[in-house]
Design a protein around this ligand. Sequence first.
Ligand code: F6P
Length: 371
Amino acid sequence: MTQKIAILTGGGDCAGLNSAVKWITKTALDPQLATHRNESFEVIGIKDGWKGLIEVEPEDPASVAKWVEPLDELIVRTWDRYGGTHLGTSRTNPFNPKDDQSERCVANIRGLGLTAIVAIGGEDTLSVAHKLYNLGQKVVGIPKTIDRDLNATDYTLGYDTALNVITEEVDRLRTTAGSHNRIFVVEVMGRHAGWLALEGGQASGAHIILVPEYDFDVGKVADLLRRRREAGVRYDVVVVSEGAKPRGQGEIYLSDKTDGFGHKVLGGIGLSLAKEIERLTGFETRHVVLSHIQRGGHPSARDRLMGRYFGIAAVDLILEEDFGRMVSYRNGQIGSVPLKQAIDKLYLVDTKTQYDVERYNGRRSSLVPKL
Ligand code: F6P
């Protein structure tokens, strides 16, 4: 029998996706595997995430050429070195209540003769994977998102590269902030999870870190900054998550438009906070939005490695016919969890144990409770 495995990447792109695609392909097409199993394997990429699986017309060669990319060892040989996703991505939701395309999706899976699908994505993409699995489709998932907000895994592809970008960019801002005696507010991504702000802020030595999980008091932010000037510090960096909000106020969005999963694009807190700090303290304050820079660039060593390990494990799940699961990384081990567990709730910063609500920063105690 020939197994035909399709790979797709959905949601926001990030570093590490191409590495995962490479290692799914290499593992599935390993000649040793075919000999050992006495079956042959074929691997294809679906273009632009779930959109490709909806749009493709399996009977029309031109449409297949447009939406399907046959993959082999030679094609994917260098992919792990590149950021983004060579397969393309979209935020298309086949189960969008406004335009449900799930039946078409299932018909196309049959039409293309797919025996398994590997969906590489975050909460949204994997929620579609889970629904398709419930409809009887053979789907496995790989976690990716710079937000690192998926439950049941300690790692999601793209996170490490994004953290490194934040650290590097804040280092750059420090020299100019110091020269000019300025405060810099740096807005980072993360949606409703504060991981990128908290860990990016700590790694880059930000004085103040603001996360979506704890509504901040802007008066207190101003006080903390005033105290630093009094102590003789010439400049400061405030890292704010795009989803953070001042007490009593809501999140700030770039526009009212929503994607297929009902999300609006966050953005704007950096500018409004910078204005407010300057108004309250009189210190010259500028803001920088790191935005999609965090998703770009070459993957870090960690993202290349995790892409490799996750890709290999996804093929293991297929060989074991253990569908409806997402590969995971927990307590230093590669494993797998039911897709449902990964998408049931978001993994967020615990402000009781991981955030100092007095200093608006990381905690100064790891082992002594209540400090
Ligand atoms: O989920 C990843 C992410 O980068 C979020 O941090 C951010 O809020 C969102 O995607 C931005 O989405 P888009 O690329 O559609 O603007």
